[in-house]
Design a binder for this molecule. Structure first.
Ligand SMILES: Nc1ncnc2c1ncn2[C@@H]1O[C@H](COP(=O)(O)OP(=O)(O)OP(=O)(O)O)[C@@H](O)[C@H]1O
Length: 266
């Protein structure tokens, strides 16, 4: 296979005001020295779903976690990340506030061992919100947006742990939405789910696209092609190709991308 350093990346670019997040020469060094992400410069378009694909260990999660400063304590980050005009790694950034705007949903559903309602209100209450009517409204709005309301509206005080895996994952999305984020980062959100739950989750994400910008790591290429608008292909810590999902899957520009899409490695 071609040496990755010799490959000329094919990267789509957007106008500045079309983007919600962008990275500029983003590199990540674990333990301060071992480089696992190399000069990634990508812009993410507002109100779209972008899929990050690539083989195991190619740097997708490493990249994603930088976007709301989840790598702060474990890696050295070089380069810039802009959220609108904000340099998110600047000294004066309040990481808690940043994560309200850029929420994250993980691979394994991780609801709190509390009621469904409390899962949604927990951060708001911790932040000082006491108005019960307002909290009730946010619970309903968030659960509706995550397409879970009809399934749980009669058992809001029951434990979230009694929900199915797929429902728990949609609850985690609702919990993130309650903080009114602009961006949702999703790290393989369906990998622990059965096909029916996966399909419901995908429908939910498609519905959210009109209001939120989503960046999603996925191993599942069918999933990327079903729901994402843009796709970035990672290989050995390098972003080799970034384009509309249709282009990546039907007309990949690079040989390594094509081999990956065709399933020759991964
Ligand atoms: N906390 C860490 N400390 C040291 N190395 C790490 C850490 N997290 C990830 N890595 C390494 O960085 C590289 C990229 O890992 P990353 O998890 O970003 O890849 P990925 O593309 O998301 O893989 P997968 O699809 O298997 O989750 C791998 O070699 C991995 O072992």
């Amino acid at each position: 296979m071609q040496d990755v350093k010799e490959v000329k990346p094919h990267i789509v670019h957007f106008d500045k005001d079309e983007q919600i997040i962008s990275t500029q020469d983003l590199s990540v060094f674990y333990g301060g020295v071992t480089q696992k992400l190399f000069d990634a410069s990508l812009g993410f378009k507002k109100k779209t779903i972008t899929a990050l694909i690539g083989g195991s260990g190619s740097g997708k999660s490493t990249f994603l976690r930088c976007l709301n400063r989840m790598n702060d304590k474990i890696a050295r980050i070089d380069g810039k990340i802009w959220y609108h005009d904000l340099d998110i790694n600047a000294d004066n950034i309040n990481v808690y506030e940043l994560r309200k705007n850029i929420g994250m949903v993980f691979q394994k559903p991780n609801p709190f061992p509390k009621s469904i309602r409390d899962n949604i209100t927990y951060a708001l209450v911790a932040n000082g919100e006491k108005d019960k009517q307002k909290l009730d409204q946010i619970v309903e709005e968030s659960l509706r947006a995550a397409a879970l309301w009809d399934e749980v509206k009669d058992k809001l005080n029951k434990s979230a742990l009694a929900l199915s895996g797929g429902q728990q994952q949609r609850l985690c999305i609702a919990r993130a939405l309650a903080l009114k984020p602009e961006v949702l980062l999703l790290d393989e959100p369906a990998s622990a789910l059965d096909p029916v739950s996966t399909s419901k989750l995908e429908d939910t994400l498609k519905q959210l696209r009109s209001d939120y910008s989503m960046i999603m790591v996925t191993h599942n290429m069918q999933q990327a092609s079903r729901i994402s608008d843009y796709t970035a292909f990672f290989h050995l810590g390098h972003v080799l190709e970034y384009n509309t999902t249709e282009n990546i899957f039907t007309n990949p520009q690079g040989q390594i991308t094509e081999d990956y899409i065709r399933g020759s490695f991964g």
